[in-house]
Write a protein that binds this ligand. Structure first.
Ligand code: LEU
Length: 444
């Protein structure tokens, strides 16, 4: 059996796991949700769910991974001899591969927009127009480029690939984002954006749809249910204090989402100030792909030569955010394949990346039917159900004493910590119940 990799430092682990968490979900998804869900009301609910629901599930994944030092399938297989354990792991591998299949298409668009901004202002075009102006083959090429970049990093292994690149890319991401925020904040119109972002519409706080959107967003954003955190946890040193490292990862993820809102919403109001339409027909702020591909490029276009630089920086930010997440997704099936078949990493990366590219190509050729369907199946159904299953394994199936023994390796006084007094009950009763209620509410 090949020797398993391990992160070499605490900061390396935190940046890699935060890199997985911080992705298009934070910079694109979160501001979009805020825009269409009553501003700060959504932010408040999101904060509550991220801390009270997503963080405990994140901890379950990290502990399961670190205790078993194995990929998702084998780790769950070690918790229970019931075939459901391994089956859940396999579902996780399939789900994450499908997420990567659509994520790589979007990552390809980001590379395309980045490359285009290097030479001229990017066209403000609705996504379907983009699809016709950039031919199918461009979609395939940019998607392949994104997957190649991801594969190149994962090929390097845990320390020399994932950790090394996360340590370089994450600080770059923070710097680019701060530079953009400073720029946008000084533009006319930004202050109205701040007000729209920070003043909550409390009448919407208890709206069930808002709660469901916030839960989905928190799960996607913290990369839960699909094994990325479990596999990264399996490469973490036994010396590290898990609850505080998990808290650091959650905080970075939540922090970046909130900061992204401070960038995107004010940028929309700067666009409004420049005569660009930012409201949809229903009076809500324009959200989703239209925001990224229509409103923002139009804004970059109206701010003259500086717009070119802003556009380059913005799309570079998107590419970096997407790549640090995609490497964590690719690692899940790659770890499973290399460990279960004893294959060299190079071979596993090649097989998995080609399979995922085939799935992406299938989506590209049937874009109007498959793109939305795959997103819904994976993020609305699979992710919450897998999150639920992981809570059941951590809370009901795995022996409490074994979990405690694992946590005590780094923190001998764990029994007396507040975390241990709350978390086991939380992951046993509260999380599964809340996830189930919200899941059924969202599908019926
Ligand atoms: N957390 C990532 C994001 O926000 C996605 C995850 C499935 C890796 O984009």
């Amino acid at each position: 059996m090949a020797i398993r990799g391990e992160f070499s430092s605490r900061i390396g682990f935190i940046l890699a796991a935060a890199g997985s968490a911080v992705g298009l979900g934070n910079i694109w998804g979160f501001p979009t949700q805020v825009a269409s869900n009553g501003g700060a009301a959504f932010v408040l609910v999101y904060l509550l769910l991220a801390f009270a629901l997503a963080y405990p599930v994140l901890m379950a994944e990290l502990v399961i991974g670190r205790a078993h030092r194995a990929n998702m399938v084998d780790s769950l297989g070690k918790i229970t001899s019931n075939p459901l354990g391994r089956l859940t792991g396999l579902c996780g591998c399939v789900t994450v591969s499908l997420i990567l299949a659509f994520y790589a298409i979007v990552g390809g668009w980001m590379i395309a927009y980045f490359a285009e901004s290097l030479t001229r202002p990017v066209a403000s075009a609705a996504l379907n127009e983009w699809f016709t102006s950039y031919s199918l083959s461009s979609n395939l090429v940019f998607c392949a480029l994104f997957l190649s970049l991801t594969s190149y990093i994962v090929l390097g292994g845990v320390k020399a690939g994932i950790e090394r690149w996360s340590v370089r890319l994450m600080p770059t991401l923070f710097i680019l984002m701060l530079a953009l925020i400073v720029y946008v904040s000084f533009q006319p119109g930004a202050s109205e954006g701040w007000a729209a972002y920070l003043v909550p519409d409390f009448s919407r706080v208890l709206n069930p749809d808002l709660l469901i959107d916030a839960m989905g967003q928190a799960f996607f954003s913290m990369s839960l249910g699909v094994g990325t955190m479990l596999v990264y946890g399996s490469y973490m040193s036994k010396k590290e204090d898990l609850p505080s490292i998990g808290a650091a990862v959650a905080l970075v993820d939540i922090g970046v989402a909130i900061i992204a809102g401070m960038l995107i919403i004010p940028a929309m109001y700067v666009a409004l100030n420049n005569g660009i339409e930012i409201f949809a027909a229903n009076g809500e702020l324009i959200a989703g792909d239209q925001l990224i591909f229509t409103v923002l490029p139009a804004l970059f276009d109206t701010i003259g030569p500086v717009g070119l630089i802003v556009s380059i920086v913005f799309f570079a930010l998107m590419v970096i955010a997407a790549v640090t997440s995609s490497i964590s997704m690719l690692e899940v099936p790659v770890a499973y394949l290399s460990e279960s078949r004893n294959l060299p990493r190079r071979q596993s990366v090649l097989i998995v990346a080609l399979t995922i590219f085939a799935a992406s190509a299938l989506i590209i050729f049937n874009f109007s039917t498959l793109f939305g369907l795959v997103i819904t199946l994976t993020t609305k159904y699979s992710q919450p159900l897998l999150g639920f299953a992981l809570c059941i394994f951590a809370g009901w199936v795995w022996k409490r004493n074994d979990i405690l023994a694992e946590l005590k390796l780094s923190t001998p006084d764990m029994e007396h910590r507040l975390f241990w007094r709350i978390w086991p009950w939380y992951v046993k009763f509260v999380c599964p119940l809340v996830i189930l209620i919200m899941f059924f509410r969202s599908v019926v």
